[in-house]
Design a binder for this molecule. Structure first.
Ligand code: FES
Ligand code: FES
Length: 168
């Protein structure tokens, strides 16, 4: 039997080649082949948002997105935002506002919030609620999550006000 040709994926600024069929869900390749465990398996049906990654900056449910769809596009996972030593402002804000209980939904919340803030740096509460409305949180930390996105907007605004090359 012929083995499938390796797939080339661009993830978090690096290029990877993985041996998999082109119709493999992107989530499986990220978690199982690349050990990127930020995106979570929740429903597996595109309903909960736990598996969200950014594809060319757009929030995308990786459980229902095949590898073929991601070829030639820039994939960003939670690991691509910041590190423990240098958190991304959205990650920092979620910690400051204690927006997690079990934390299972937070990958999707943070990636969706990142995409929102990239295109709307000062979203209203209504906009935040609308953008996150398809990301499910079974723990009910919605109030803290909305506050975290507002806080992230403040942190990003403060960061962009600094001179080039200076980090808070
Ligand atoms: S695991 Fe992908 S949307 Fe629920
Ligand atoms: S914090 Fe538990 S699902 Fe959201």
């Amino acid at each position: 039997m012929n083995r499938p040709a390796p797939l080339t994926l661009h993830v978090n600024g690096a290029t990877y080649r993985v041996n998999a069929a082109a119709d493999t869900p992107l989530l499986y390749l990220l978690r199982n082949d690349l050990a990127l465990n930020g995106p979570k398996f929740g429903c597996g049906l595109g309903e909960c948002g736990a598996c969200t990654v950014l594809l060319d900056g757009m929030p995308t449910r990786s459980c229902v997105t095949t590898a073929k769809v991601a070829l030639g596009r820039e994939i960003t996972t939670l690991e691509g935002l910041g590190t423990c030593a240098a958190l991304h402002p959205v990650q920092q804000a979620f910690i400051e506002e204690q927006a997690a209980q079990c934390g299972y939904c937070l990958n999707g919340m943070i990636m969706t919030a990142k995409a929102l803030l990239d295109r709307d740096p000062h979203p209203s509460v209504e906009t935040i609620q609308r953008e996150l409305s398809r990301n499910l949180c079974r723990c009910g930390t919605h109030v803290e999550i909305v506050r975290a996105v507002q806080r992230a907007a403040e942190l990003l605004a403060a960061q962009s006000a600094l001179p080039n090359g200076v980090h808070a």
